[in-house]
Design a protein around this ligand. Structure first.
Ligand code: FES
Length: 108
């Protein structure tokens, strides 16, 4: 599959996350505090919690349920209780369009 447009850049704001579904997979599209865009699997690996409903802190996405923080670059949790990573997908920005390819995992 090729990259799919998931939202416009204008729909994102720094330190926030937005849930989209790409090819049936829930994805958290995250803009970090520096304005860079990331795409991670939206489901926490500790429970069935949507990570995009959590908090973006600098370069991590924190699950609101029990506080595991997932690295936006690697998808790895930095603290328990989650210990397995979420996938990190290839994301690109073309003009005002944010595109995600869920077949291209950067890590995990
Ligand atoms: S469900 Fe996310 S840390 Fe527990």
């Amino acid at each position: 599959m090729t990259a799919i447009r998931v939202c416009s850049l204008a729909e994102l704001s720094p330190s926030s996350a937005r849930k989209v579904v790409v090819d049936g997979k829930p994805v958290a599209v995250v803009m970090d505090s520096a304005g860079a865009v990331h795409a991670l699997g939206d489901t926490c690996t500790h429970g069935e919690i949507s990570l995009s409903e959590g908090f973006v802190e600098d370069d991590a996405l924190e699950c609101w349920a029990h506080g595991s923080k997932f690295d936006l670059a690697t998808g790895k949790p930095r603290n328990f209780p989650a210990y397995e990573p979420v996938p990190v997908y290839t994301v690109s920005v073309e003009g005002d369009d944010v595109l995600v390819d869920v077949d291209q995992t950067i890590s995990a």
